[in-house]
Ligand binder design. Structure first.
Ligand code: ADP
Ligand code: MG
Length: 319
């Protein structure tokens, strides 16, 4: 293979056959359009995310990691709606068509695409500053999308996974020498580079949760979106936030601040009635859900017991 490739060779080599060919795909990469068959009882959820070198990731970042993180972040929006990943498209702008770079980039996409039976069905490739745009499509039974607007007074507020890990990774991202990393630092960096799209949890929550959002901008910022759309107050108890051992060790003294405010974790934040919370916890799965607060009458987000970072955060932070 030559070090640089023509546009058509490049598409064939790296973007055909990313993810399996599933039932919905009539036609994938290679024609003027992809052709998709949507089952008549389903609705399509569509979301788009763009990542630009120097803005969303450091120049020279490993291509496999860029691809994985970009796709995982985009898929996280499907998870937050309770959608099942169906297919995706990619718009890729590249300064040069380098074989090795593209090969690794394609591998990063393939890892998630295979795992979630999520085929790449088309896209566009242009020359210019490195930019990755992904449009993800998911299916939900019509009328069952999990929205930000359904939180009810008295509901429990809960999250998946642990919070603050990816944000803590950002503080060490530019000074990492793999050999010198502690186990905790490696864990945090993996949480940043390889977010887990909470698809299975989203599907489980679809019939149980009253509202849901994925945490991309930080718990408080994203909680404020549910508060606003649902016209309620979200009261979060900072003593109940789920935090990893690595975060507690690496950011001793400020772990709670990261859990409250740092972004990029792509965990799900949801509200759920008491009775459905019990049902959720009776469904024996390995997923971890942690109760972190209550929905009250009012507006905005209130943080209880916020001792560590109350000075920098304030209480009614996002009204
Ligand atoms: P056209 O000129 O008809 O728009 P292109 O030459 O841009 O077609 O693309 C040819 C085929 O390759 C199309 O099926 C398109 O969807 C696909 N394609 C182009 N770039 C990408 C990419 N980055 N990822 C996936 N598919 C791509
Ligand atoms: Mg054409």
């Amino acid at each position: 293979m030559p070090a640089t490739l023509s546009e058509f060779d490049l598409i064939k080599a790296f973007f055909e056959g990313v993810g399996p060919k599933t039932d919905v795909v009539g036609l994938g990469v290679g024609d003027d359009c992809a052709v998709i068959s949507i089952p008549s009882d389903k609705s399509l959820c569509i979301s788009m995310d763009t990542m630009v070198e120097g803005i969303h990731f450091l120049p020279g970042s490993p291509p496999q990691k860029i691809a994985y993180r970009a796709l995982a972040a985009a898929m996280s929006d499907l998870a937050a709606m309770g959608a099942e990943p169906s297919h995706f498209t990619l718009s890729l702008t590249l300064p040069v068509s380098n074989y090795e770079w593209l090969s690794e980039f394609s591998l990063g996409l393939k890892t998630l695409a295979d795992q979630f039976h999520f085929p790449l069905v088309g896209g566009d490739t242009t020359k210019g500053p490195l930019t990755i745009s992904l449009q993800v499509h998911g299916l939900i039974p019509t009328g069952q999308a999990l929205m930000r607007s359904g939180a009810k007074v008295g509901d429990i507020i809960a999250v998946t996974g642990t919070l603050g890990d990816a944000g803590a990774a950002l503080t060490i991202l530019d000074r990492v020498d793999d050999k010198l990393l502690t186990d905790g630092q490696s864990f945090l960096l993996n949480r940043y580079y390889y977010p887990s799209p909470r698809i299975v949890q989203g599907l489980q929550l679809r019939l149980l949760a009253s509202a849901c959002i994925d945490i991309s901008d930080g718990l408080l910022a994203d909680a404020s979106h549910i508060a606003e759309k649902s016209k309620v107050e979200l009261e979060i108890d900072s003593e109940s936030l789920p935090m990893s051992e690595a975060l507690l060790v690496e950011q001793a003294g400020n772990a709670c601040g990261f859990a409250l405010s740092a972004g990029d974790d792509y965990e799900l934040l949801f509200t759920i009635s008491e009775s459905n919370w019990e049902i959720l916890n009776e469904q024996k799965t390995s997923h971890i859900y942690t109760k972190i607060g209550r929905v009250n009458e009012g507006s905005g987000v209130v943080v209880k017991n916020n001792i560590q970072s109350s000075k920098s955060m304030g209480y009614k932070h996002f009204e």
